[in-house]
Design a protein around this ligand. Structure first.
Ligand SMILES: Cc1ncc(COP(=O)(O)O)c(C=O)c1O
Length: 375
């Protein structure tokens, strides 16, 4: 019989290791590799976090933060589960609903943790290639959901930033069989155009097999504290809660949630800044003739030759995420930083790629990641 190490290693044989975004060699602002919030949380949240340190000898009491977050999102606390980063929710879903013989549906490429959690649970993956604009092929995905147990659907998607059209999304949700859970991951919802944000209360009211996943790592700027949450029918929330380790959201994070629920103005200001800088970067990429996906998130993914750009980026202290990490070699995912950092990045892009005038907008059909002309 195989030893412990062999058995453990065998279990994760097909699970790719997670490679976090590399830090900047210079100032932290140069780290454009992990889709973090450049400005950080509001002064009120920082003060609440500092104050919470005085009581870390106590186990967390989640009630007040749960109520505050539920009020903030406009749902009852019985419809909401808080998790240790929204990634924990992926593992809870996979633990409960996936396993050997079960199938998980996802885009290709997908958000890596969706694949990892599914594989760890022993499920097999049914991958549906993205469309040429970086969006999900919802028609093909609906077909793929027949016989599947879970479909993972980030919108806006990571790694492309494309968002589903709300009407097409509603059609898709109506088509998915009721024995397949739809996980609509809205990690980047706050950065999308308001008309592209789905009517979540309406969708949840009409479908018991829908779970909406969100994170406080992006617009709330709490990535390091690890908070996410799920919205679903109370019975599903209850099942997920039983599978969750009891204190997976720590007391410092809970204090940040309570203070953060009252920091809407700060968030609106940060999000507006990110959206403006995103447009500037997209315009620059278009001017340079670099192909990119129109993004609804806090990053832009573009066809960029990092071997060529590397020295200029390194000299400017800027680090982006190589597409090879995300299953799209030849591309790069650039998180949106604060304005001075983005000016530095654009200067580096112009210095190496020089201005040309061909169009940078995507075509139609299904995405072929490997046969794109290089910049
Ligand atoms: C689509 C998507 N979902 C979930 C997450 C995870 O967020 P969290 O930090 O809450 O685990 C990310 C983080 O980058 C993401 O891109």
């Amino acid at each position: 019989m195989a030893g412990v190490t062999e058995r453990a290693t065998e279990r994760v044989r097909d699970v790719p290791a997670y490679r976090p975004g590399r830090p900047s060699p210079g100032p932290a602002a140069g780290k454009l590799s992990s889709n973090e919030a450049p400005l950080g949380p509001s002064p009120e949240v920082r003060a609440a976090v500092a104050e919470a340190l005085a009581t870390v000898n106590r186990y967390p009491e989640q009630g007040p933060a749960l109520d505050a977050l539920a009020r903030y999102v406009g749902f009852g606390p019985e419809q909401l589960i808080m998790t240790n980063g929204s990634d924990e929710l992926c593992y809870l879903v996979a633990n409960l609903l996936l396993g050997p013989g079960r199938v998980a549906v996802m885009g290709e490429p997908c958000y890596q943790i969706d694949a990892t959690a599914s594989l760890l649970a022993g499920a097999s993956l049914r991958r549906v290639p993205l469309l040429a604009d970086g969006g999900h092929d919802l028609e093909a995905m609906a077909k793929a959901c027949v016989g599947a147990s879970v479909v993972w659907l980030p919108s806006p998607h990571n790694p492309t930033g494309a968002a589903c059209d709300p009407a097409e999304l509603a059609d898709f949700i109506a088509q998915v069989p009721e024995d397949c859970l739809i996980v609509l991951d809205e990690a980047y919802r706050a950065f999308s155009d308001p008309e592209l944000r789905p009517d979540v209360p309406g969708l949840l009211a009409s479908r018991p097999n829908l779970l909406v996943q969100r994170t406080l790592s992006k617009d709330w700027a709490l990535a390091g504290l690890r908070v996410g949450y799920g919205l679903a029918a109370p019975a599903l929330v209850e099942a997920l809660s039983r599978a969750r380790p009891p204190f997976s959201v720590n007391s410092v994070a809970l204090a940040a949630i309570e203070a953060g629920a009252a920091s809407e103005q700060w968030r609106a200001m940060s999000v507006a800044m990110v959206r403006q800088e995103r447009s500037r970067l997209e315009r620059a990429l278009g001017t340079l003739g670099a192909r990119y996906f129109q993004s609804q998130a806090n990053f832009v993914t573009a066809r960029l030759d990092l071997a060529r750009l590397g020295p200029a980026l390194a000299a400017s202290g800027t680090v982006v995420r190589p597409g090879a990490d995300l299953g799209i070699p030849g591309w790069a995912r650039v998180s949106i930083g604060w304005p001075p950092q983005m000016a530095i990045l654009r200067a580096a892009l112009y210095a190496v790629l020089g201005p040309v005038t061909t169009s940078g907008t995507p075509g139609t059909g299904t995405m072929n990641w490997d046969n794109e002309p290089q910049q």
